[in-house]
Write a protein that binds this ligand. Structure first.
Ligand code: PLP
Length: 378
């Protein structure tokens, strides 16, 4: 019999829909898959080579729990140069993707019953991981997708707030002013900030700010999470990292030592190679082109309300006017059946009126997919 905790967790809907879309495609259906958040670019050749070199050089044994020293140093160099965050290798914990970094962070700070504020629309994993820590996600809705500072209520049980800018699923980018105000709020109430910055490089006209860089007081409370999945097209390598005050980093390291040990050694050498140069600007230029295409096409559909994403590779239109009595899940299933397009229904992100498209696919596919949707809605 499974535990109450296991029973209370929702599985990743994105992965489930992606699998279904792939199964249908394998059966011969021409599915356009807007579900999964995975760059369709290939891992850079030099990174693949570094992986092979690591294997051939017998770097195939256990690595230190928090990561090899060179990689932790590379992360520190990146954080100081690009994010104005000064850390030492002892502040860094390398994990199996940003997803595990986030889980380590929550396990390191949350006691049973603590409240963790999650801004909706949110990346589904946040709420489920909070529950896995036997803490309570407190969902704060943002109507315009910006940081809803006025809505955030800190209680005696509030332990932390999770933020994600550029945002999955909305593509919103939080302004410097809003982040500064949030930082002040966190310092005033002494709550932690978990800042998921995995999409920092996939940003169009705005600038990315790391909230921990604003002051020493904010930095002490902040756990900055990032990884190589999106920026270097390395989703399968599973390399993410957290940067935090020494006490928190040590707690995360201890947790990891009893869960997975250090991450895959070859993947760490590959990550080290990847971080020698910044992510490809071509990839961002291509995402911008696709963002413009999907936005323009969706806007043309009567009944859809959509905001222009400022970063990441998702768009999250409001389709409530098109539901005609259907739930958003039924609407999404209809799109899969009738238009052969796979999208993720909003409830996975804390919203019942929206659907999420990942536009990490070729421009022609995006155009074809949206015109199929338009047809199916006639
Ligand atoms: N954070 C956000 C907001 C994401 O969208 C994702 C992946 O979809 C991750 C973290 C996880 O990335 P990783 O592959 O490094 O675990």
């Amino acid at each position: 019999m499974v535990s109450r905790l296991a029973a209370s967790i929702a599985p990743s809907e994105t992965f489930a829909i992606d699998q279904k879309a792939k199964q249908l495609a394998a059966q011969g259906r021409s599915i356009i898959n807007f579900s999964i958040g995975e760059p369709d670019f290939q891992t850079p050749e030099r990174v693949k080579e570094a992986t092979i070199t690591a294997v051939k050089g017998n770097r195939t044994k256990y690595a230190p729990v928090a990561g090899i020293q060179e990689l932790k140093q590379a992360v520190c160099d990146k954080l100081v140069q690009e994010n104005k965050l000064e850390y030492q290798p002892e502040n860094i914990v390398v994990s199996n993707g940003a997803k595990q970094s986030l889980y380590n962070a929550l396990l390191a700070i949350a006691n049973s019953g603590d409240e963790i504020i999650v801004i909706a629309p949110y990346w589904s994993t946040y709420a489920e991981q909070v529950k896995l820590c036997r803490a309570k996600p407190v969902i704060v809705q943002s109507n315009d997708f910006s940081l809803p500072l006025g809505e955030i209520k800190i209680s005696k049980r509030t332990k932390a707030i999770i933020i994600n800018s550029p945002n999955n699923p909305t593509g919103a980018v939080y302004s410097k002013k809003q982040l500064e105000e949030l930082g002040e709020l966190a310092v005033k109430h002494q709550i932690h900030i978990i800042s998921d910055e995995i999409y920092e490089k996939i940003i169009y006209d705005e600038q990315h700010y790391s909230i921990g860089s604003f002051s020493e007081d904010i930095k002490k409370l902040t756990i900055t999470i990032n990884g190589l999945s999106k920026s270097y097209a390395m989703t399968g390598y599973r390399v993410g990292y957290a940067a935090a005050a020494k006490e928190l980093a040590q707690a995360m390291q201890k947790i990891q030592s009893q869960t997975t040990s250090g991450i895959n050694t070859m993947a760490q050498y590959a990550a080290l190679e990847a971080m020698k140069t910044p992510p490809s600007k071509d990839m961002v230029a291509e995402f911008r082109k696709r963002r413009d295409i999907i936005y323009a096409h969706l806007k043309q559909i009567d009944g859809i309300a959509v905001d222009l994403p400022k970063g990441a590779f998702y768009i999250f239109p409001d389709v409530s006017k098109l539901l005609s009595g259907r739930t958003i899940q039924e609407f999404s299933e209809y799109l899969l059946e009738k238009a052969n397009i796979a999208v993720v229904p909003g409830p996975a992100f804390g919203r019942t009126a929206n659907i999420r498209f990942s536009y990490a696919l070729a421009a022609e596919k995006i155009e074809e997919g949206i015109s199929r949707m338009q047809e199916a809605l006639k």
